[in-house]
Design a protein around this ligand. Structure first.
Ligand code: SF4
Length: 377
């Protein structure tokens, strides 16, 4: 099975983390050439000729093991202009060996290589302090904000460490979001139903043409089925939903294949989000993927400055997908929008988040149902 970490060809280690046990563990497992980088230096890959856009492709072959000097654990930035879900982000690394045309990291990061933060004892300490500071709050936590949660798992083993760590808490649910299918390290971890394995899904036309080096739909769903058999909760994200020829049929097929394969009772939540992007992403993505027509459509600027499809188009796409999902999903799977307005919620779902206690309340309730009474396949 294709594993995107195979794309990595060289490991670089910051001198100040070279002696850490976790660093040594990764280098041994990766079995790749290793260079030590003096603390504060850049990687040689940055000095390649060409623009930053050109160096992004080269950077995906280089993994830098270093220290996270900032905070590991913080609230998702969300957006004040739209309904947000009060998610927490665990920042375990940056960038991804896969290459999606729409990936925001192309515009967001200022270094082209992949980074994995190896001062994991600091991560454990920071998370422990945060979770213990408010034991009555349920923390929904994801590592997939600046990286894919499982893309480097074969090399780093980070996800298995986190699943084991979060099994020790009753007020946190970890969500590992991915577009790959490598879950072997998670098989024998005693997760105590404190982890959801989560896949981003799309119509297969988009997956094949716009998500380079990602797992196929069949591979993602086979991995999800396996995860369910191991007792993990599941979640899925139809994001970004993209307008393309025969999109209705494409999304319907994906939904049907999903529920043909996985037990619906184990799906805790499903999110929907139409394509949205900052203007600078379009510039860099079109430079890197000139053959893609993804951004060659009409968009309107939203309240958060991101460009989106017109509201009527978003509503049509959401309504279609929602009908398809509702036909097959379990009654108590929480279906929600990522960053949409009350008007869209009302017109598509027939209610606003406030009618149901707010998005955080809806997701917390779904999380609690799974954590308190896990359904095993
Ligand atoms: S899988 Fe996610 S993080 Fe990786 S390139 Fe695609 S959108 Fe970006």
């Amino acid at each position: 099975m294709w594993d995107p970490s195979r794309h990595v060809k060289h490991i670089h280690v910051a001198a100040d983390v070279a002696a850490l046990e976790y660093t040594r563990e990764i280098c041994e497992r990766a079995n790749l050439p290793v260079s030590i980088v003096a603390t504060g230096d850049n990687l040689p890959v940055l000095q390649e000729k060409g623009s930053f856009a050109d160096s992004l492709a080269a950077g995906k072959k280089h993994l830098f093991l270093c220290r996270n000097r900032g905070e590991f654990f913080k609230p998702c930035p969300g957006t004040s202009a739209y309904q947000c879900c009060r998610y927490q982000v665990l920042n375990v690394g940056m960038n991804c060996p896969m290459d999606c045309v729409y990936c925001i990291l192309q515009a967001y990061l200022n270094q082209p290589w992949l980074s994995a933060f190896v001062n994991i004892d600091d991560l454990y300490r920071q998370v422990d302090e945060a979770l213990k500071s408010d034991p009555s709050r349920l923390y929904r936590i994801g590592t997939g904000e600046f990286a894919d949660s499982l893309a480097l798992e074969r090399i780093t083993g980070m996800a298995a460490k986190l699943v084991d760590f979060f099994a020790g808490y009753d007020n946190a649910l970890l969500e590992l979001k991915t577009k790959c299918a490598f879950i072997a390290t998670l098989k024998d971890v005693d997760h105590r139903h404190r982890t959801l394995l989560s896949w981003s899904l799309n119509s297969q036309t988009i997956m094949k043409a716009q998500e380079l080096r990602s797992a196929s739909l069949a591979q993602r769903l086979a991995a999800a089925k396996q995860a369910a058999e191991w007792g993990y909760g599941l979640s899925f994200h139809f994001d970004p939903i993209v307008l393309h020829r025969n999109w209705q049929k494409g999304y319907e097929e994906t939904v049907n294949l999903l529920f043909d394969q996985v037990p619906k009772e184990q799906v805790v939540w499903i999110s929907l989000g139409a394509l949205r992007y900052l203007p600078q992403l379009k510039t860099i993505s079109m430079q890197r993927f000139p053959q893609s027509s993804m951004f060659r459509q009409e968009f309107v600027a939203g309240l958060d400055g991101k460009l989106r499809y017109f509201r009527s188009i978003r509503e049509e796409m959401y309504s279609h997908l929602y009908r398809c999902i509702r036909k097959r999903a379990a009654e108590d799977t929480c279906i929600y929008f990522c960053m949409e307005s009350d008007e869209i919620w009302h017109d598509v779902f027939g209610f606003t988040p406030d009618d149901r206690g707010g998005i955080p309340f809806m997701l917390d309730a779904a999380a609690r149902r799974f954590m308190d009474k896990p359904v095993c396949f």
